[in-house]
Design a protein around this ligand. Structure first.
Ligand code: ADP
Length: 401
């Protein structure tokens, strides 16, 4: 690596999309953000936005991930940092499932790639697309360090009693069934930023982090380490989400099979895509749900009520797991923007020291901030997440060592 190589390209490869950002790690500047979507269709679209400029958009068939990455490389080259640029220090790949093997970002070689492939059975929806992205990027720049940053890594510190399901141990181990947790990059970033906001070392802090986006997860973080999180073997467990059910009695699945005559794929689709807020009220966007609640819509009110009730249960559970809490932190699309969600989630929890200041909570801002009153026993904070920055930071830390 040359000494001027300070830029990191972050790639988040989905089954039919690639999201990317180019960051300069000297000062954390975001140089470009972009997205290729509908890969494999005739109406593929690439939107590339260099910092401080308008978006450049192209709609044309992009057949596969290789073509997508080449198109991205061409856009980046137009701005001066092509994929072959000496400025580029590394490519950081978001990888959803790192299983029990990967507890830290890892420079990708053939053995690492083989291990990520071995995890496909536990992450059939996500890891194949991540692997395609990695293969394609390695083919384009075989000499450049490429780093896998795992969504599960932050949660590998969970103790066995939090990570294990109470099922037959031999069966669980044979099939690698345990609670892995996801959104770890976000939980890690937000935990660190919260410590900065509070002006205290992460090692001293007990936090409950609520990542509320379309997918949603809570985690209990003690001294900078995750001790419990709400997602499990897959991102289906836990909170009520945009389209996912979160926690249900597993016997619901048997019932749907035996009584409703649904097969496994139908039940998978029901619980992952047609449940959560969407299943409850036909909308998964919290803005729309709040608008309907304000108009007196009963189904939206019930969906909101179920969402908040589940959230409170996790806050209570993690309060007990941690024993003492320094801050409850809201992040991601809903957590950062939806003041009514924060207000409702904290309502009635003053006995736990959790109080929201209505005026502070109403402030809209992209900055980390407190929404609890001064001198509150427990801080309530809003800390915008930045998964790409965290992936770039972890990637650069590894290759710049
Ligand atoms: P993901 O990355 O999981 O797709 P995000 O973290 O971007 O999701 O969150 C997306 C969700 O954030 C939207 O579905 C919407 O419900 C919610 N959201 C975004 N902006 C607002 C807002 N101003 N008020 C309420 N909810 C919002």
């Amino acid at each position: 690596m040359t000494s001027q190589a300070t830029r990191v390209l972050v790639l988040n490869s989905g089954s039919s999309s690639v999201k990317y950002q180019l960051l300069d790690m000297r000062d954390g500047t975001r140089l470009a953000v972009g997205l290729v979507e509908r890969i494999g269709e005739n109406t593929s679209r690439l939107v590339h936005t260099p910092a401080g400029e308008g978006a450049r958009e192209r709609t044309e068939r992009i057949a596969d991930h290789e073509q997508a990455l080449k198109a991205v490389a061409a856009e980046l080259a137009l701005d001066g940092t092509g994929i072959d640029s000496p400025d580029l220090a590394a490519i950081g790949h978001r990888v959803v499932h790192g299983g029990a093997a990967f507890s830290a970002p890892t420079v990708i070689d053939d053995a690492v790639l083989a291990e990520i492939e071995r995890l496909v059975p536990v992450a059939p929806l996500h890891n194949p697309a991540n692997i395609t992205g990695i293969r394609t990027a390695r083919a384009l720049r075989p000499d450049l360090p490429q780093v896998a940053v795992f969504d599960t890594a932050f949660h590998t510190t969970m103790p066995e009693h939090a990570a294990r399901y109470a099922i037959d141990v031999e069966t669980a181990d044979a099939h690698r069934i345990r609670r892995y947790g996801f959104h770890g990059t976000s939980h890690a970033y937000v935990s660190r930023r919260t410590a900065e906001l509070l002006g205290r070392p992460p090692e001293e802090l007990n936090l409950i982090v609520l990542h509320l986006g379309n997918g949603a997860s809570a985690s209990a973080v003690a001294g900078g380490r995750c001790v419990d999180t709400s997602m499990g073997l897959t991102p289906l467990e836990g909170l009520v989400m945009g389209t996912r059910s979160g926690d249900i009695d597993p016997a619901v699945v048997f019932h749907l099979e035996r009584v409703a005559g649904m097969d496994t794929d139908e039940i998978d689709e029901l619980l992952n895509k047609k449940s959560g807020l969407m299943g409850l009220c036909g909308d998964n966007d919290m803005r729309e749900i709040r608008r309907r609640v304000d108009e007196g819509d009963e189904r939206a009110r019930l969906a909101f009520g179920i969402y908040i009730h589940r959230l409170k249960k996790y806050i209570g559970a993690y309060y007990a797991v941690l024993g003492r809490v320094d801050a409850v932190v809201f992040t991601a699309g809903v957590g950062e923007n939806a003041a009514p969600v924060r207000e409702a989630a904290m309502a009635g929890l003053d006995g736990l020291g959790l109080v929201v200041d209505a005026e502070l909570n109403a402030v809209r801002s992209g900055e980390p901030r407190l929404v609890s009153p001064e001198h509150a026993r427990v801080a309530v904070a809003v800390v915008p997440t930045d998964e790409e920055m965290e992936i770039a930071r972890q990637t650069f830390a590894l290759v710049d060592a």
